[in-house]
Design a protein around this ligand. Structure first.
Ligand SMILES: C[S@@+](CC[C@H](N)C(=O)[O-])C[C@H]1O[C@@H](n2cnc3c(N)ncnc32)[C@H](O)[C@@H]1O
Length: 156
């Protein structure tokens, strides 16, 4: 994800499912030299949210990273900004719902990445079915560790 963010030269990232901020810090590092760099993370677990804030401050990334605490399903419809890269890594069974809510938040050429799309076939089957119907988007599944993969999506 760090390499991808660098290669794409993205400025604004949305992360759905921040946990303790590990991926957030990698992604923020990839964009920190960009003008107008911004990463917005969403996290539903209070302890994880608190830990993420601590970790981000410890890395000196608080100027470009904001974490919102709450359910992404409720926060996403309230967002008024758009992003160049969206990393979806929260509840796998909700991936298709997140996708629908992410569509209005995509800048031109925005790339959306869904993590763990092969490891949980039952939970991600609605997303895979939805993606079959998305004729206006390029899609590729890249293998990651072991039996897993990421789904990378971009408008044609
Ligand atoms: C796999 S972890 C994220 C890991 C993180 N992206 C990383 O790679 O370091 C998934 C996180 O999504 C959060 N989560 C699950 N459902 C969510 C929702 N509906 N809204 C926001 N966060 C959610 C969980 O609390 C958990 O911390």
């Amino acid at each position: 994800m760090h390499s991808l963010a660098k290669m794409l030269g993205v400025q604004k990232i949305l992360e759905i499912g921040t946990a303790n901020g590990y991926s957030t810090i990698w992604l923020a590092d990839a964009i920190c030299k960009q003008k107008n760099a911004r990463l917005l993370g969403l996290e539903i677990s209070a302890p994880s949210y608190k830990k993420a804030l601590e970790n981000i401050v410890a890395q000196g990334l608080e100027k470009i990273v904001e974490i919102k605490f709450g359910n992404a399903l409720e926060i996403l419809p309230t967002l008024t900004e758009q992003f160049d890269l969206i990393f979806v890594d929260a509840q796998k069974a909700l991936y298709a719902d997140f996708w629908k809510l992410c569509k209005p938040l995509m800048r031109p050429n925005c790339v959306v990445v869904f993590d763990d799309v092969l490891k949980f076939p039952e939970k991600t089957k609605t997303l895979h079915a939805q993606m079959q119907r998305e004729k206006n988007y390029q899609k590729i599944i890249l293998p990651t560790d072991g039996d897993d993969g990421i789904l990378v999506v971009r408008q044609k």
